[in-house]
Design a protein around this ligand. Structure first.
Ligand SMILES: [Zn+2]
Length: 278
């Protein structure tokens, strides 16, 4: 029925009146309001509005609500939460809050040792899709050998599709996107600096022992393969032909790489990142 149909409009209003007056039907008005106290641990207060950053929050609720929705209503995306305790007991994201409760939640890497088995996030993932604002981070992670899907023009829907189809973690500073129900594994870099973001991602996903620098194409993300100089010599500049012997070629776009003038600068950056991750 269309909304312009007067009969359907009045029917709807009659039903609404009936539901507010008849206690047997479950609705928000039938539930006594209750209070939840939320304690944020680690750096999760990063997601609270600036100026409002604090470790404890109180919320009044008027209806049964999943603990995931309660936590996200504070601005903290669920992929950032690794352990939830309700009144001291570990629960998963679907746990329903129906009355007064103390809710504590922890990011990855902190928490209480005895609840190791109740962790909510995947232990390790090393393939990611990065949103369009994280180009430098995507490039740095590729430089370190990680498989990073990145398209500067990708829309949110495309990012989520690639994430699901290719079983990748989502890297984005858009907390709303990270809250999307289909996101299982993801991370919001806290820093706006690419070097710091790289360190954050390596720490968050425990990737320090998986670094394989200079093995992946910075342009297209495909792996690089060593190639004899004779095979690529036609494409080299005269001085490159003279000074360099070792070459790698991208298996995707054909780009040729060698340890040229920028190489030592890149190595210094990598050493710095490694030192900061340790
Ligand atoms: Zn390539």
């Amino acid at each position: 029925m269309s909304l312009s149909d007067p009969a359907s409009s009045w029917d709807g209003l009659a039903q609404l009146r009936s539901s507010t007056l008849t206690p047997k039907r479950e609705s928000w008005i039938d539930v006594n309001p209750f209070t939840v106290r939320l304690d944020l641990h680690g750096d999760l207060d990063f997601f609270l509005r600036s100026g409002a950053r604090r470790r404890s929050i109180e919320r009044s609720l008027g209806e049964k609500t999943s603990v995931k929705d309660v936590i996200e209503s504070c601005g903290v995306p669920h992929p950032e939460v690794d352990l939830i305790l309700v009144n001291g007991q570990p629960v998963d994201f679907d746990y329903a809050i129906t009355g007064d409760a103390d809710i504590e939640f922890y990011p990855v890497g902190t928490g209480i040792p005895q609840f190791k088995k109740q962790r909510l996030q995947t232990a390790t993932i090393s393939r990611f899709v990065a949103d369009g604002h994280l180009g430098k981070l995507a490039r740095d992670l590729r430089l370190l050998g990680f498989d990073i899907a990145y398209d500067p023009h990708a829309e949110d829907r495309q990012l989520l599709t690639v994430m699901k189809r290719e079983n990748r973690g989502l890297l984005t500073r858009d907390r709303r996107l990270l809250m999307h129900a289909v996101v299982e594994t993801g991370y919001c870099p806290r820093s706006q600096n690419a070097d710091d973001q790289t360190v954050e991602v390596i720490r968050r996903f425990d990737l320090l022992h998986s670094l394989a620098p200079f093995t992946r194409c910075l342009r297209c993300n495909a792996p690089l393969r060593k190639v004899p100089k004779a095979e690529v010599i036609e494409r080299l500049e005269p001085l490159t032909k003279i000074y360099y012997e070792q070459f790698r070629r991208c298996t995707g776009c054909g780009q040729i790489y060698w340890a040229g003038s920028h190489f030592s600068k890149l190595q210094k950056r990598l050493e710095k990142i490694r030192a900061n991750c340790a």
